[in-house]
Design a protein around this ligand. Structure first.
Ligand SMILES: Cc1ncc(COP(=O)(O)O)c(C=O)c1O
Length: 414
């Protein structure tokens, strides 16, 4: 027997073991000031490429005004209780209807956090007779939803349609025995690599197999498609997405999310999704703030146009300079370099301290050993000067990396 606290002190977890060296700098950094392309880190202004504030709505004057007025009028407490018991409001229902109409779905249901909403929706939608088939690079919220699933789950390698077909064959055989159903889960835009889920191919498989498709479009909502209705619109298969998930935490620059589908499915979720039945409703200012953000998202296409102008300049510029940016088909911009983890930390330190550029770094085990991935999120608040400066700086750090400048065989002290 071991004391639980003793055990936790000994094994701090795969991320926690780096806390001593990384806390406050590489992990849990504090970005201060107005949310924009430039923010303050450790007292000094940095050019920031780490925020999912895609459309620049975080500090849009109309958004700030709507948030402040709603907080002044309603406070943060209303509504009290879960939606089902005492926490419903006209504004919550209006937001659900407007989201559904925007996405071309019959209805939608709000969730308090995107992550929790996905977990709970997966839990509610399937039972032990059903089979889930999912992409291997699915976000943690999908993986955690799968952990609650009592039936079988079949995984296919990322975007591998041949394997998906095989898994659907297996799943079909199984549900023919159990009398269950099949749910396929993928993402619209994969948040790390930026490539899109192959929604068109998946939807086409409905001609051969019977399944329903659930798409997590956290990074696609507001950024993809002609109107910003997401990756389904982008690939012209919005109707083939049976259940659509979007978050308010990215292009909407807020918190919360929603799931849109057929009216009966949404009603089923309203009465069966445990994370919403047994939790207090989203506070009124978040709902009214989301209504304002949705209005701007729909009525100001120039925000998305600007986002894509910056995205295209950044991605084309990086490619032109010989950077490896993988297969991105969205605003998410990975930059792949070769190096060790100590080199990655020294490189990020150099970027932050000497070039005043703040971006996220991803290393093993998220990417293969020996790969350093810098992840850039362009937004409508960035400028072409920001893009040019960043590419020039990246050229220099790439030369430094190749020359072994970051290879001091130890993690920098911060
Ligand atoms: C693909 C994906 N799904 C779900 C989520 C969770 O959304 P939220 O931040 O609203 O909880 C994220 C956020 O990182 C995400 O990238």
């Amino acid at each position: 027997m071991i004391d639980l606290f003793e055990k936790l002190k000994k094994n701090r977890g795969p991320l926690g073991e780096h806390a001593k060296d990384a806390h406050g700098y590489f992990t849990f950094p504090k970005l201060e000031g107005e949310i924009s392309n430039k923010m303050i880190f450790r007292g000094k202004e940095k050019l920031v490429w780490s925020l999912n504030n895609y459309l620049g709505l975080a500090n849009h004057p109309e958004v700030r005004k709507a948030d402040a007025e709603a907080a002044a009028q309603f406070g943060m407490a209303l509504p009290m209780g879960a939606r089902m018991m005492s926490g419903n409001s006209n504004q919550h229902e209006q937001l659900e209807q407007e989201l559904a109409a925007f996405l071309g779905k019959e209805d939608s249901i709000l969730v308090n956090f995107g992550y929790q909403g996905m977990v709970s929706a997966i839990d509610a939608l399937v039972d032990r007779h059903d089979v889930i088939v999912y992409d291997a690079e699915a976000h943690a919220c999908i993986i955690d939803g799968l952990r609650l699933h009592m039936g079988k789950r079949f995984v296919y390698p990322h975007n591998d349609m041949t394997s998906l077909e095989k898994q659907l064959e297996r799943a079909t055989k199984l549900v023919n025995e159990t009398g269950g159903a099949i749910l396929v889960i993928t993402e619209g835009v994969f948040g790390m690599s930026g490539d899109q889920g192959k929604l068109r191919e998946i939807v086409a498989m409905k001609n051969k197999f019977h399944f329903r498709l659930f798409v997590d479009d956290a990074h696609g909502f507001g950024t993809m498609g002609k109107t910003g209705a997401g990756t389904g619109e982008e690939q012209n298969v919005q109707d083939g997405i049976d259940i659509y998930f979007g978050t308010f935490a990215k292009s909407m620059a807020s918190i919360g999310g929603f799931i849109a589908s057929d009216a009966q499915v949404v009603e089923y979720l309203r009465y069966n999704m445990r994370s919403q039945i047994f939790a207090k409703a989203l506070p009124m200012p978040l709902v009214i703030g989301a209504l304002k953000r949705l209005e701007l998202l729909r009525s100001q296409p120039e925000l998305k146009n600007k986002l894509w102008e910056i995205t295209n300049a950044l991605q084309n510029g990086l490619r032109k300079e010989g950077f490896e940016i993988g297969n991105t088909q969205s605003c998410v911009t990975p930059v792949f370099l070769n190096g060790t983890i100590p080199e990655a930390t020294n490189l990020i330190f150099d970027l932050r301290e000497n070039y005043d550029i703040f971006c996220s770094m991803v290393v093993y085990p998220v990417v293969p050993k020996g790969i350093i991935m810098l992840r850039l999120i362009p937004t409508a608040t960035h400028t072409i000067e920001d893009v040019n400066y960043t590419i020039e700086s990246f050229k220099k750090i790439k030369i430094n990396l190749a020359a072994g400048k970051y290879d001091v065989n130890k993690i920098v002290s911060i």
